[in-house]
Ligand binder design. Structure first.
Ligand SMILES: [Zn+2]
Length: 210
């Protein structure tokens, strides 16, 4: 896929959609989760089991990850926003929203909020700065609005509807190894959408479209 072809696809699409993963944010300086923290693979920490077993260590890492909210959108986020593409993302960094995208489904949640699983109240995530452990006014320990392994993903019904509705689906920066997200391109194809996979060097491709 080159920039001219992609521009052409956008120009004939009436309902473009982008399905994005960690690869789209690499150019914004964000790491993927294939790293270890204090000797423990981050993928092991970001699980429901770990959260309830060692919440203090979990929140220590979470505070560091919150620093990601200072990252800024790159060319790919900006171009998708400028074409008004619907976004279905596996990312929690909030960069699509920052770039100005209006219709964003954050299937793995976000770093902006903390949830009470007992009374459903929500708090801004900066509550964890300065508080060792964040608690709800009802007494329950708060949990980040980030989908951990073991949690149900968010907005799945909506994601299916959008995949059925789009006529162009760009799959960007994700190897689509995670179910059920990896079913969405097939759903789009079944409904006659064109599916385009962009994994290599998406930053320079999108820079040409800015
Ligand atoms: Zn509560």
């Amino acid at each position: 896929m080159n920039a001219a072809t992609l521009r052409q696809e956008f120009s004939i699409s009436r309902y473009p959609l982008a399905l994005t993963g960690a690869g789209i944010s690499v150019a914004s300086g964000l790491p993927t989760f294939d790293i270890a923290w204090k000797g423990v693979p981050v993928r092991e920490i970001l699980t429901r089991d770990f959260f309830f077993a060692k919440p203090e260590m979990f929140f220590e890492l979470y505070r560091e990850i919150l620093g990601w909210t200072n990252a800024t959108p790159n060319a790919a986020h900006k171009v998708l926003a400028s074409y008004d593409a619907t976004i279905i993302t596996q990312n929690i960094d909030g960069l699509h929203g920052k770039a100005g995208s209006k219709n964003v489904l954050e299937m793995h949640g976000n770093l902006r909020l903390l949830n009470c699983e007992s009374c459903q109240k929500q708090y801004p995530s900066d509550k964890v700065i300065g508080e060792k452990m964040p608690y709800c006014s009802c007494g329950q320990m708060l949990k980040p609005d980030v989908v951990l392994f073991g949690d149900a993903i968010h907005d799945w019904e909506q994601a299916i509807k959008q995949a059925e509705k789009c006529d162009l689906m760009l799959v960007i920066g994700t190897s689509l190894q995670v179910a059920p997200v990896n079913m969405l391109p097939a759903i789009a194809q079944r409904n006659n959408a064109k599916v385009v996979i962009i994994n290599e060097d998406c930053e320079s491709l999108f820079k040409e479209l800015l």
